[in-house]
Write a protein that binds this ligand. Structure first.
Ligand code: SAM
Length: 202
């Protein structure tokens, strides 16, 4: 399957609660992936043996840890894969993701930060000179005020749907409804415009 990287370098940026939350989301992520007819080959990169992430993962998974269909490695993504194949996903990217690319290796930052550290994953990607991309949320959804950072389980459900259908609308159904005011409907827009033009004529 297509590799998907979880970048495990963020343990120092999280408190205990946030770390527990992240691992909980990773468990959900793995289970969504598992259930897919065409799953990703998940890689936990930069996972330090006996480090905080490793310990929490083992505590949660217990004996299931060794049976997981993931590759866990201390190596960084840039040591595992060619740089030109890697795309770091981050809400702070200037590049809007256009089409889903089956030959790219997407990287997700394994971080849940309640106290909001904007630009953390973007800074990491920039330091390593990696391509970045953000989901086209504003293009498809009427975005309200909420921040655009999605959780890890939402991210994998979106990516799995894109991978299997290429359908942005179906994929973005996994963005929590409270975050936006409906899908952008271009047909509807042009009809309103026509109606307005019609009214002017009268
Ligand atoms: N402050 C964190 C940061 O610096 O990215 C927010 C982390 S976010 C909760 C967890 C990860 O999900 C991000 O590192 C990114 O890989 C991915 N992600 C979340 N929302 C995204 C979006 N709108 N577009 C692209 N990737 C996103």
């Amino acid at each position: 399957g297509q590799p998907l990287v979880f970048d495990m370098v963020y343990d120092k940026h999280m408190n205990r609660k946030e770390m527990e939350n992240t691992v909980k989301q990773i468990l959900e992520t793995e289970s969504w992936n598992h259930r897919s007819p065409d799953p990703f080959h998940i890689h936990f990169c930069s996972l330090q043996t006996e480090g905080p992430f490793h310990k929490e993962l083992i505590k949660r998974y217990k004996e299931a840890w060794d049976k997981l269909l993931v590759t866990a490695t201390e190596k960084a993504h840039v040591e595992m894969f060619p740089k030109d194949k890697l795309v770091y996903l981050t809400a702070d990217s200037r590049n809007e993701m256009k089409a889903y690319e089956h030959d790219k290796i997407y990287i997700i930052g394994s971080i849940v930060d309640k106290c909001m550290q904007p630009g953390l994953s973007l800074a990491n990607a920039k330091r390593l000179n990696l391509r970045t991309a953000r989901l086209p949320l504003e293009k498809y959804l009427h975005w309200e005020i909420g921040n655009k950072n999605l959780t890890l389980d939402q991210m994998i459900r979106i990516l799995l749907t894109l991978k299997n259908t290429g359908d942005w609308k179906a994929a973005l159904e996994f963005v929590p409804k409270r975050k936006y005011g409906g899908f952008v409907n271009t047909q509807h827009h042009s009809r309103i415009k026509l109606e307005l033009l019609g009214e002017k004529k009268v």
